[in-house]
Design a binder for this molecule. Structure first.
Ligand code: RIB
Ligand code: CA
Length: 320
């Protein structure tokens, strides 16, 4: 798995770069097991304009002007706009200077772009979401017929345990719970990669040294990103090393053995005074009348994960 000779898995990445989104983009670009058809951007770690520019600059860092970028939502389907600049900095991707974009965004919005690429694809496409679910929610609300063209929605968000943006809610699901609710009810296969999993993906000093040792702009830039991201995580949540959340979604597609899953019923709280955006994950069938509606990531093989990430960065950096 992940090493067989199957055709590269086609995927679309909806993201809010964001330091960990940026590493997810590079993991997708540097892994021959997947084929990145395009990127759509969303508000989240920063305003959507900044997320878009950051996505373009990550593509420029990888020398990939061929990957189209479509601009998405500037705010949630309902309610106020939460932003994560307190973690990712003023630009949303603070740290080393990045190359200027190689190409402008495409002249269609994210939902139109996603719909067109899904309809045109020769086979169902995996939709990876590593920011708020707004674009995917709007796509499935307004164009439910495309559900049949989606192989699965794999999203970084929620948690089987505590949150981060609030004590109970993870940032992405807090930022647009209504959109996640739409996706959970849309009848598409859903795979949830929550904080309970991604907190196992820590960029320890040894991992950062492996990035730095790649001796390319890609490796040096990722190592510097981990520095900024790690400072934020230490300052805000007392982590000794930052959890690099978003690439876990891509790694599961590159090498299905890297994560262990359990099917479970997942709901997202829309109304709680203190708990809005919290994912409720029924791992032990406590709601017998609620059949599982998602695969929930539980265990990460962290060594295998980091080997995948470092291997991809090596390939992008042009080193063996
Ligand atoms: O809570 C972590 C998630 O929120 C990650 O996807 C991070 O990039 C932010 O979007
Ligand atoms: Ca993200």
């Amino acid at each position: 798995m992940g090493t067989d000779q199957r055709r590269p898995l086609p995927l679309l990445l909806d993201c809010d770069p964001g330091h960990d989104d940026a590493v997810a983009i590079l993991l997708a670009l540097g892994s021959p097991e997947v084929r990145l058809l395009g990127i759509t951007t969303c508000f989240g770690n920063c305003a959507v304009e900044d997320a878009t520019r950051n996505a373009q600059r990550v593509l420029a860092l990888a020398g990939r002007a061929d990957v189209p970028v479509a601009v998405g939502a500037s705010g949630p389907l309902v309610g106020t706009t939460a932003l994560g600049n307190y973690v990712h900095g003023v630009s949303g991707l603070d740290g080393p200077e990045l190359p200027e974009p190689l190409a402008p965004p495409v002249n269609e919005d994210a939902v139109a772009f996603l719909r067109r690429r899904l309809v045109e694809a020769e086979e169902p496409v995996t939709l990876v979401v590593t920011g708020p679910m707004t674009n995917a929610g709007r796509l499935l609300r307004d164009h439910p017929e495309v559900a049949a063209r989606i192989d699965a929605v794999v999203f970084m968000g929620g948690s089987t345990e505590r949150g981060n943006h609030t004590p109970t809610a993870e940032f992405n699901t807090y930022a647009d719970p209504e959109a996640l609710d739409i996706v959970l009810r849309a009848g598409v296969p859903v795979r949830m990669v929550g904080l309970n999993l991604t907190h196992q993906a820590l960029a320890t000093p040894a991992v950062v040294e492996r990035m730095r040792a790649i001796e390319s702009d890609v490796g040096r830039t990722c190592a510097a990103w981990m520095g900024f991201f790690g400072d934020s995580y230490h300052r805000i949540w007392e982590f000794d090393a930052p959890p690099v959340h978003d690439p876990c979604t891509i790694a599961a597609l590159v090498d299905p053995e890297v994560i262990a899953w359990r099917d479970a019923f997942v709901a997202v709280e829309l109304d709680g005074t203190w708990t809005r955006g919290t994912t409720v994950v029924d791992l032990y069938r406590r709601y017998p009348d609620r059949a599982p509606n998602a695969a929930v990531a539980l265990d990460l093989d962290a060594d295998r994960y980091w080997d995948l990430v470092i291997g991809a960065l090596h390939r992008l950096g042009g080193t063996p």
